[in-house]
Design a protein around this ligand. Structure first.
Ligand code: GUN
Length: 287
């Protein structure tokens, strides 16, 4: 028997339906939720991601403002633009698309964003709140993964979870979210020596490497009936792939996510949700 597909498109739609209602509520209170996106340079993949985010905002009634900046912009120029967006009362959420060109520092840039408008949950303030289980704004991909577990009532308490990623956007926030749900979390990365053995212990594997030349999660590495969440997306042999081959993994897993159509749509849906949260936060403060 094969496992159950965790369909990101289907779950994202349920989130979007909830967001659409929340947008109407906010508009009834004369709050017009608005997301500003900042795209630096001409990275094609980033441009496509930002375009998809705008389209999704439009679908649910969230206004967007689009800032496309030259690839050679200086840090102080970028800081000044972020300050302007922080001070603009009509903007509730700010997203600076990553990665940034080399002359710009990711930490300096993301920490410049007002924590109240930080829809990526990347500011030190929001990252710290998450570690204390008090966060209002959490990185979108980790939130999307949690939504997938809850949609399928996948129990987390007491489960052994292997996380293959340690980034600020994925691995670290997921670690805290899972720990808060009383899972036992092992975080693996490029220097971990025995990933295969650790995966064998896992009830749930969340993998986000994104380079098939370095890593592939194969069925022999997982326990029968494990849950596999594949966060990665990259081009390999002219195809868009995750870290695993869904068709093979699903023969052994109890649940698994396809790529594309898995975690990707959830990231966008949770950005919409965070924008609503940010709009509610700012309106509370103004009262
Ligand atoms: N680049 C890839 N994923 C993301 C994301 O979730 N947020 C931002 N800001 N940049 C990204």
């Amino acid at each position: 028997m094969t496992g159950i597909k965790i369909d990101g498109k289907e779950i994202a739609q349920t989130v979007k339906d909830r967001v659409r209602k929340a947008v109407k509520e906010l508009k009834n209170h004369r709050i017009n939720p608005c997301l500003a996106t900042v795209l630096v340079g001409d990275n094609q993949a980033s441009a496509t991601y930002v375009k998809n985010k705008h389209k999704a905002c439009e679908e649910v009634g969230i206004t967007t403002k689009d800032f496309k900046l030259a690839s050679n912009i200086t840090q102080s120029e970028l800081n000044r633009i972020i300050d302007e967006l922080n001070n603009d009362k009509s903007i509730h959420g700010i997203l600076v698309q990553l990665p940034l060109p080399d002359q710009l520092d990711e930490f300096t840039t993301t920490s410049r964003i007002s924590p109240l408008k930080d829809v990526d949950g990347l500011t030190p303030y929001n990252a710290g709140l998450l570690a204390m289980k008090k966060a209002a704004l959490v990185a979108c991909t980790p939130l999307g993964v949690m939504e997938m577990f809850d949609y399928h009532n996948i129990e987390l308490e007491g489960k052994n979870i292997v996380l293959i990623n340690r980034s600020n956007l994925v691995g670290k926030p997921l670690y805290h979210l899972l720990l808060a749900r009383a899972a036992t979390v092992i975080t693996c990365h490029s220097k971990t020596k025995n990933i295969s053995e650790l995966c064998q212990l896992a009830d749930i594997i969340i993998t986000a490497v994104g380079d098939r030349n370095k890593f592939t999660l194969t069925p022999d590495m997982i326990k029968k009936n494990a849950v596999v969440i594949d966060v990665a997306i990259s081009k390999y042999k002219e195809k868009l792939v995750g870290d695993s081959d869904y068709d093979q993994i699903i023969q052994k897993a109890s649940y698994a996510t396809p790529v594309p159509g898995g975690v990707g749509p959830m990231t966008v849906a949770m950005l919409l949700k965070n924008t609503i949260t940010a709009a509610s936060l700012s309106s509370k403060i103004e009262k």
